[in-house]
Design a protein around this ligand. Sequence first.
Ligand SMILES: [Zn+2]
Length: 108
Amino acid sequence: MSRFEGLPDTRTGLVGHTDEGDEAWLIRSISQKLYRCPGCHGEIPIGADHVVVHYVHRIGGTEHHHWHRPCAEALVGGLRKVRKVPASDAQRGKLEARGRRPAGRRRR
Ligand SMILES: [Zn+2]
C-alpha cells in the first residue's frame, strides 16, 4: 500500500483491475463543483484535491466518479495488479476512446 502513498498526483496516475475485470484508472483532480463521494457518501467541496476514478468496463463503456483521497486509497487496496501510469495516459478522452472496444480488443 505504501508504494502508492500520495498517489495519484499531478504527474502520476494509477490503474488496476476490479474483481469483475474492469479497469479502474485513478487520477488526481481539483473539484470545480460540489461532488458526492461514492466511498463515504460525504461531500467533496469545491477546490478540493481529490481523486477521479474512471472505470473502463471489460465489455466496453466507461464511467467516472469523484472520490475523497482517503476513500480512494481504500478503493486501491481492493484492486488487483495496481501499477503507476503517467497521468497523461489517464486523461478522460483517452479512457473514453479505450472504452469503445471490449477488453479483448484493446492494446495493453
Ligand atoms: Zn469519501
